[in-house]
Design a binder for this molecule. Structure first.
Ligand code: A4P
Ligand code: MG
Length: 184
């Protein structure tokens, strides 16, 4: 069983169906309500042009930092369950989605299984992930490169902040052991 203390993890949220902002708000609320997990920081919500499969509607994207005692596998199970709870139906790769929750990193964990890749292998190519991530974690390193250097190499055209999440009440929690770093 996974026994490490709380670690910092980063999650990328995306939606391009329905009320996109409400979908991101609902995902954040569900994550904030989890046992063993505390929301530490949230980025603004960004309006982003579709990446990869471009013949679909624009996305609302954001990144959040959490502190969690869930193992990487348990965190994946949890975010996949939240996606289903919020109405996600998987149809095509990179296709439209009510909500997508990707784990960008979980402490220093490295994983290369099909089920769980950590750090997220595509994050370094995606300005729609790195712009909100840089806002809440300017010291983050992606594949050994500082996030602002990585961002300088990416096309950021059309990506605009569009507002904040609805305020949430984060659970207060007794102070625990210092979390491990979420940087990689
Ligand atoms: N999986 C493996 N590693 C991870 C991880 N680190 N976090 C597995 C989350 N899941 C991970 O995911 C398929 C499987 O990946 C999961 O069951 C899990 O076991 P999925 O979300 O069903 O697949 P997908 O999203 O259709 O494909 P893919 O390749 O994951 O797509 P992405 O990378 O999520 O990209 N453009 C903009 N502007 N904004 C977006 O948010 N998103 C996508 C989808 C395309 N274009 C976009 C955006
Ligand atoms: Mg996904």
């Amino acid at each position: 069983m996974y026994k490490a203390g709380p670690v910092r993890a980063f999650l990328a949220l995306g939606s391009n169906i329905g009320d996109k902002i409400a979908n991101l708000d609902a995902a954040l609320l569900a994550i904030a309500g989890l046992e063993d997990t505390r929301v530490v920081r949230v980025s603004r919500i960004y309006r982003t042009p579709p990446w990869g499969k471009t013949d679909q509607d624009w996305f609302a994207n954001a990144v959040i930092e959490i502190e969690t005692s869930l193992s990487p596998d348990a965190l994946l199970d949890t975010v996949l369950a939240i996606e289903v709870q919020l109405g996600r139906v998987r149809r095509e790769r990179w296709g439209p989605r009510v909500i997508d929750i990707d784990i960008l990193s979980h402490g220093e964990v490295l994983s290369a299984t099909e089920r769980l890749k950590l750090p997220h292998p595509a994050m370094g190519e995606r300005a729609f992930v790195l712009l909100p991530l840089a806002e809440i974690a300017p010291g983050y390193r992606v594949g050994g490169i500082g996030i602002s250097d990585r961002l300088a190499q990416l096309d950021k055209q059309g990506i605009e902040p569009m507002g904040d999440f609805r305020p949430i009440t984060c659970k207060s929690r007794a102070p625990g052991p210092a979390p491990q770093s979420g940087m990689n």
